[in-house]
Design a protein. Structure first.
Length: 371
């Protein structure tokens, strides 16, 4: 039986009023839901079982209903990528060509920064001031191994300053100008460096001969060096600080001991110049020889009697000094010493007058006189 054939065939629902009622009911429900959704005060007690059940059901249902939408989006992306792959490939090639120089520059800067960090991390004991420099040219030949550095006397560089890189000793400065200095490497024939063997403390002279490995000469002691021993600067003569690493000892083809330089492990384009002249600059002269009265407190002011005594003593001292000065400025009288007159020979005595010859009666008279 059809609906219109039943008892409700004459029932007519007003559409306008029905739509208005549905809208009003929906608004009321929405307001109730908004008022009931107190998220800032949501706790386990206020979160009712009805809402929990609704959330439990709508979560999986929403995921299932959203799956076709996701699949459709993925399919459209796949189709679009397939049809536009050629244009995308061309675009990526252009970007790669533009980024290639930036990548090379980034790698070069990374290497430079790593070397700078290694050089800045070098510490000497005791500390020595250093200046970073760059090698701007080089002169190589069978007898000359030298470079020019872009720092000079304006930065404090002096002749004789040691030069190192991040691995070890490179050489020393042999000439300077305002902004340029000349570096002679350890391998130059004019290079002579006092060194020591780290294991035995044996002394030697590292002599450059134009080859890549300088020679150890004047080695002291028996079995003083072995293959693989570390070679350091000895500091003898005051030209280098003690303990700067140079290389390791190795036996040469000619039977002589040579040194594999640590500085050959990397390029010598960035170096550090040690502003070292002698060991005297490493000590604080003021601290070694302070004034004798540095630790004493100031003396109290003298009393009137002490001041009078001091003034009197000063006046006497000044008078004595003036007297000495006057005595020293007076012309000295030159006295000629007199010689004693030579003794003259005594004159011969005059001849005595002849005595009269006594008569015979004279003795008797003389004897009577004596009685």
């Amino acid at each position: 039986m059809a609906f219109r054939d039943g008892p409700f065939e004459n029932l007519k629902v007003p559409l306008a009023w029905t739509a208005a009622a549905v809208v009003i009911v929906a608004i009321v429900l929405s307001v109730l839901l908004l008022l009931g959704d107190r998220r800032e005060a949501a706790t386990a007690d206020s979160y009712g079982p009805t809402r929990a059940a609704v959330d439990t059901v709508t979560g999986p249902v929403g995921g299932v209903l959203a799956a076709p939408v996701r699949w459709a989006g993925a399919a459209s992306d796949f189709v679009g990528g397939y049809f536009f792959a050629v244009s995308e490939n061309r675009r990526l090639r252009r970007e790669l060509a533009e980024l290639q120089p930036w990548r090379d520059q980034a790698i070069a800067l990374k290497n430079v920064n790593a070397r700078y960090e290694a050089m800045l991390g070098i510490r000497t004991e005791p500390p020595v001031a250093m200046v970073t420099a760059r090698s701007i040219s080089e002169s190589r030949g069978p007898f000359v191994n030298a470079r020019l550095l872009d720092v000079g006397a304006a930065k404090g560089v002096r002749v004789g300053n040691p030069v190192i890189n991040e691995h070890g000793l490179v050489g020393r400065v042999t000439g300077t100008s305002a902004g340029i200095s000349r570096l002679v490497l350890l391998t130059d024939v004019a290079s002579r460096t006092p060194v020591l063997v780290d294991r035995t403390d044996a002394r030697a002279i590292l002599t450059g001969d134009g080859s890549g490995n300088p020679r150890l000469e004047f080695l002291r002691g028996n079995n003083a060096v072995q293959a693989g021993d570390r070679i350091l600067t000895s500091g003898d003569g005051g030209g280098y600080p003690r303990g700067v690493p140079i290389g390791v000892a190795a036996k040469g083809i000619d039977g002589s001991w040579r040194v594999k330089l640590f500085s050959d492990r990397g390029a010598i384009d960035y170096v550090r110049v040690m502003l070292f002249q002698d060991f005297g600059q490493l000590a604080d002269v003021a601290a070694l020889s302070p004034p004798p009265l540095t630790g004493l407190a100031a003396a109290p002011a003298p009393t009137a009697e002490q001041a009078a005594a001091i003034a009197d003593a000063g006046a006497r001292r000044d008078a004595a000094a003036a007297q000495r000065a006057a005595t020293a400025s007076a012309p000295a009288t030159i006295t000629t010493p007199t010689r004693p007159a030579p003794a003259r020979p005594a004159a011969a005595p005059a001849a005595a007058p002849p005595r009269p010859t006594p008569t015979p009666a004279a003795p008797a008279a003389q004897a009577g006189g004596q009685e």
